[in-house]
Design a protein around this ligand. Structure first.
Ligand code: ADP
Length: 396
């Protein structure tokens, strides 16, 4: 038995989950938000209670210390060295990492060299890693990459039709995202299909960020997110794929800077931009139900784009054995699942069971026995994948 910690550091946040392995029992979890502020928010679970305090957290180093002190104070651990390994989520692994990799100088340098591809994320992951290293200098750490699962894509699936020079010099290609979630869901999907060979899955990770992945034999064949998480399907606040000249045209006509428009495409578009209501899909659904036509168009557009990707991946895989819905919207919104399947069911012979589709947040088959493709809701769990990889470090 050993305790390992799954860590997800953002530029102003630190999320953590402590596991007892190999049982995969969650001992505690929590978050420090607004790092860098005097009124940072610290939350930690102690038994069934969630404790919350407002504290001055000047940097990630203070945040890590805060977490350690709280765990000792509340007797979650008696000594910080009970933590035998840490696993750090890293958003961008570029072409270098096709699997989780122990942190060492080389790993660190490669993650650092990829900062231009994910400026906010990779920088923050290293700051977080450094902070843990200071407190637990001899505890092994592993980097778990959001992009690693997608490294099995071939050039036909990951290249963009741009000048070769750009692709090579600036490492411009599709890397994808949510790989840890897609890997987890693929594994569960295969178990449900009896671990047989040659199975083809279409996985819809629909959270506020969202991506779709096509897998064959447990490996990623294609994924919807691109160079950055802006690509692929329409999301809560992101555009997804578009004619690139939309960018040029808006810049030319509005006089705004490319940076400003890039931020708008990331933070003020998608469901939010089209509906003009909210960046939370629940609010958009409520507005549409209340007769707001823009909100209805936003949802229709969203569902259409996802259904189109499902159709595209059905062709890419030469068929499909299972469609999986997961993440915030995929797990919790029967209406969304219905809207999506409605737009591809005729061509693909899918039949949803309306009663079963009412489920929220649980693993369930939601298609009828007659459906040509099985459809499942499967709650995702990225942290347990990080914990498993961290545990491997000390097991081997
Ligand atoms: P992320 O990790 O990318 O922030 P999540 O997977 O947590 O995203 O998903 C957040 C999204 O899930 C939000 O748009 C939210 O509206 C939606 N969501 C969460 N719970 C529900 C629910 N009960 N019904 C419908 N949508 C939900």
């Amino acid at each position: 038995m050993a305790k390992v910690m799954a860590v997800n550091c953002g530029s102003s946040s630190l999320k953590f989950k402590l596991y007892e392995m190999p049982e995969e029992k969650v001992i505690t979890s929590g978050i420090v938000e607004r790092i860098g502020h005097e009124d940072a928010i610290f939350q930690i679970k102690v038994g069934d209670n969630k404790l919350k305090e407002i504290v001055n957290v000047k940097d990630h180093g203070v945040a890590v210390q805060l977490v350690m002190d709280a765990m000792i104070k509340h007797h979650i651990i008696e000594d910080i060295h009970e933590i035998k390994a840490t696993g750090h989520r890293v958003v961008q692994g570029g072409p270098y990492f096709s699997e989780s990799t122990p942190f060492n100088e080389d790993t660190y340098k490669k993650i650092e060299s990829l900062i231009p591809l994910a400026p906010l994320h990779n920088q923050a992951h290293l700051v977080g890693y450094d902070a843990f290293k200071k407190v637990l200098p001899n505890t092994p750490a592993i980097a778990v990459f959001d992009t690693a699962f997608h490294q099995t894509m071939g050039p036909e699936d990951y290249s963009y039709p741009i000048k070769k020079e750009y692709a090579e010099k600036y490492m411009i290609r599709r890397y994808g995202a949510h790989g840890t979630s897609h890997k987890y869901l693929t594994e569960i999907g295969h178990e449900l299909l009896g671990n047989k060979e040659n199975k083809r899955l279409i996985i819809c990770h629909l959270g506020s960020g969202a991506s779709i992945t096509a897998t064959r034999d447990g490996k990623c064949v294609a994924t919807s997110m691109g160079l950055t998480p802006l690509g692929g399907i329409m999301m809560n606040t992101r555009t997804g794929d578009m004619d690139p000249s939309v960018y040029y045209q808006i810049q030319k006509m509005s006089g705004k800077s490319y940076e400003e428009i890039f931020q708008e495409f990331n933070k003020q578009s998608g469901l939010y931009g089209v509906s003009g209501t909210s960046n939370d899909s629940r609010d958009v659904e409520d507005a549409a139900n209340g007769g707001n036509k823009d909100a209805q168009l936003a949802l229709d557009l969203w569902a259409r784009r996802i259904a189109d990707f499902i159709g595209q991946y059905y062709v890419r895989l030469g068929g499909c054995d299972m469609i999986i819905f997961s993440a915030g919207i995929g797990e919790n919104s029967p209406e969304s699942r219905d809207m999506i399947i409605d737009r591809c069911k005729e061509a693909l012979g899918i039949e949803l069971d309306a009663e079963k589709n009412k489920c929220r947040g649980v693993l369930r088959e939601i298609s009828t026995p007659e459906s040509k493709i099985k459809v499942y809701v499967i709650p995702t769990d990225e942290e347990v994948m990080i914990a498993r990889d961290a545990y491997k470090l000390i097991k081997e």
